[in-house]
Write a protein that binds this ligand. Structure first.
Ligand SMILES: [Zn+2]
Length: 214
């Protein structure tokens, strides 16, 4: 067994008080996540930090469509010949490549340098939304994450970070589909939607894909 810790999108734009798409209380998990990264009992074989890493005209920005933030959109597959459609949410501009908002939280950058953790970016193709750090929502474009984990013989994946109900959830589901034993450590995450109906749906979805919420 070899364990990897995936730290999802703990970037300035997702953090209160100044992030453009701040997840409520997201700042509360930064120090605990750093402790978890350094916990000798965990015996992490590899730690990966991910970044949402968008071009300025990204398709997931409300501004790119002239529509209100947080309104719904129907995404059409960018692949010619594929007529599939998915419902998405249009976000405020966030995590534009190279801006201060796109940087990892400052204490995490220190930790990443100290421990030599790999950084994996997603969301950089402008014509498609990404939630999972493994692939776009259509599962056409794959990041290097799976190859990286496979090359280090990772068997078990633990996912923490932001936001629980989007990128953490979808990264965990991808990991499970790819054959990793997959866990989300809930105390080290925060969600965008925290009502009980959303929580119930999330738990059911994770169960369906054999992701353990611990
Ligand atoms: Zn994004």
């Amino acid at each position: 067994m070899a364990k990897a810790l995936l730290v999802i999108d703990i970037q300035n734009d997702f953090l209160p008080p100044n992030g453009s798409l701040a997840v409520a209380s997201g700042d509360e998990i930064v120090e605990p996540v750093i402790k978890l990264m350094n916990d000798p009992k965990q015996e992490w074989h590899r730690i990966v930090l991910t970044r949402d890493w968008h071009p300025p005209d990204h398709i997931s920005f409300a501004k790119s469509h002239g529509k209100p933030e947080f309104s719904k959109i129907e995404y059409h597959s960018p692949i010619p010949g594929d007529s599939s459609v998915q419902e998405g949410v249009l976000w405020p501009v966030h995590c534009v490549q190279g801006t201060p908002g796109s940087q990892l939280a400052a204490p995490l950058i220190e930790e990443q340098k100290k421990l030599g953790c790999r950084v994996v970016d997603k969301g950089y193709l402008h014509d498609r939304e990404y939630y999972s750090a493994f692939n776009d929502i259509w599962d056409y474009h794959r990041t290097e994450l799976n190859n990286y984990l496979k090359s280090h013989h990772i068997t078990d994946v633990y996912v923490v970070g932001l936001a629980l109900d989007y990128c953490v959830k979808n990264t965990a589901i991808s990991a499970s589909k790819l054959g990793y034993k997959t866990y989300i450590i809930k105390d080290y995450t925060r969600a965008i939607n925290t009502d009980s109906e959303s929580e119930r749906k999330l738990e059911a979805e994770l169960k369906k894909y054999n992701v353990k919420l611990i």
